[in-house]
Ligand binder design. Sequence first.
Ligand SMILES: Nc1ncnc2c1ncn2[C@@H]1O[C@H](COP(=O)(O)OP(=O)(O)OP(=O)(O)O)[C@@H](O)[C@H]1O
Ligand SMILES: [Mg+2]
Length: 271
Amino acid sequence: MEATAVTEKAPPGGPAPAILEAAGVSKIFGGLVAVDGVGFTIPERSIVSIIGPNGAGKTTFFNMLTGLYRPTFGTIAFHGRDITRRRPDQIVSMGMARTFQNIRLFATMTAVENVLVGLHSRTSAGIFRSILRPPSQRREERESHEKARETLRYVGLREEHFDEISINLSYGDQRRLEVARALASDPKLLLLDEPTAGMNPAESARLTDFMRKLRDERGITILLIEHDMKVVMGVSERITVLDHGEKIAEGSPEKVRNDPRVIEAYLGKQS
Ligand SMILES: Nc1ncnc2c1ncn2[C@@H]1O[C@H](COP(=O)(O)OP(=O)(O)OP(=O)(O)O)[C@@H](O)[C@H]1O
Ligand SMILES: [Mg+2]
């Protein structure tokens, strides 16, 4: 596929242009085909989800989009630019950020410090500057701190937890902090890998509202991997279903919910 095609403006009233386009993407680990020729497009400013049983290849697919794994086959374009062989840090600075299925915070750093790491990922000199601290950088550093605190406020972490060591935060707050760190890099596309895992229904509902707010207020496009069907069906404009690495269905929540192949993938074949 011609990479420039995705940047073309859609006609008025037509479909939104794609922010991300994956074509024929596969990942093979030894003899295991974890992701099998998946084509996938995300319209700008949409909220879309990937679902599928355990081991379906969802996280592996995320890892390829974000540059952690290199696809065995296929291409990935972001904002119309080929990113198939880009490094994760390059992809972050192009405007894609993610959270992880298993929380990956810097456990011994405070909440604010974790967000500062996300901020610095945008400016490569940042980390060195913050270690050397020449006086001319103090003001910039204060501004970074203020931006980190503002981001933490935005994701709903309580002020009293801002300077807490992250490992001491509740599970829900650690999830929130991960989102804050991802947001600090000012992404246009945010990938969330099971963000409600371990949350109670009230927390999950709050996070669902927050995803809509991110899209509506900041224009951020969201790609979600999620097992909680209430969250998925409630928030997604479109759902893609993977099973054994293959895309077996795609469409509106209504369409996917009633698709016999999807029901079979989740319930197992009735013989
Ligand atoms: N680094 C790796 N090396 C070898 N095999 C891997 C690797 N990562 C994933 N796999 C395998 O690829 C398949 C897909 O795994 P993946 O983690 O992408 O599934 P998933 O859909 O995210 O599942 P879950 O819902 O349990 O998170 C699994 O069989 C897994 O064991
Ligand atoms: Mg996974």
